[in-house]
Design a protein around this ligand. Sequence first.
Ligand SMILES: Cc1cc2nc3c(=O)[nH]c(=O)nc-3n(C[C@H](O)[C@H](O)[C@H](O)COP(=O)(O)OP(=O)(O)OC[C@H]3O[C@@H](n4cnc5c(N)ncnc54)[C@H](O)[C@@H]3O)c2cc1C
Length: 214
Amino acid sequence: TTSSADGAVVVRAGGGCGLARLSLRCAESGLTGLEFGCGIPGTVGGAVVMNAGAWGQDISAILRSVTVVTPGGEETIPRDNLGFSYRRWDGWERYQGMAVVAEVELSLRRGEVAAIKAQCKMMQEKRKASQPHEYASAGSFFKNPPHDSAGRLIEASGLKGMIFGGAMVSELHGNFLVNRGGATAGDVLHLMKVIQEKVKKDWGVVLEPEVHCI
Ligand SMILES: Cc1cc2nc3c(=O)[nH]c(=O)nc-3n(C[C@H](O)[C@H](O)[C@H](O)COP(=O)(O)OP(=O)(O)OC[C@H]3O[C@@H](n4cnc5c(N)ncnc54)[C@H](O)[C@@H]3O)c2cc1C
């Protein structure tokens, strides 16, 4: 970490660092701003590409710079040139998959360790109560449409609990497609299509996947 002129504490982290681990380290060091990351699986690099976030916050808001390694060399991009939208780093497309997020700088603030840890705990408890954890999943499957929630629409279409092969629309949260055991990618993609068609028919809303299908 270093201090910047605007009073922020600049945290430098490798792209392969676990986001939740980094969030915990920041909390223990009395640095606030990354509490939302405490329950998000994956790496810092993945979080940048996905513009990961939770509870109305996301990583783009605290990014100061991103360093990528491309076949042409290393490039550090300052935050004003990055360009993010909901669960998406828009500027990522120009690399066409030919870059690795190697390092990021985050702008955090000093705060009370106890208060920061309490915030993390509260977010974890909210997550545990509202999201399935007994089965594997990819997290939220669809992006929330503007001013609405994908989970609410899926539930309103009566799709919670629907099963195809080993995959199921979670009974706890409609936006989670869980693996009951032996689910194939085909099972999950089938459920995805059924959900998209039914929600479009019922509510006129086209649900866009948040997950990357590769
Ligand atoms: C139970 C559960 C809960 C979740 N909750 C949330 C949540 O609350 N909020 C949220 O935003 N997401 C959530 N997710 C989704 C997921 O955790 C995030 O999208 C996360 O940021 C993905 O990180 P990853 O390292 O696993 O990346 P991956 O999923 O492996 O990859 C995502 C994309 O980023 C690219 N990528 C990954 N690392 C790099 C790198 N270093 N350089 C270049 N490209 C890279 C991959 O090629 C891919 O296109 C959840 C997932 C699960 C399973």
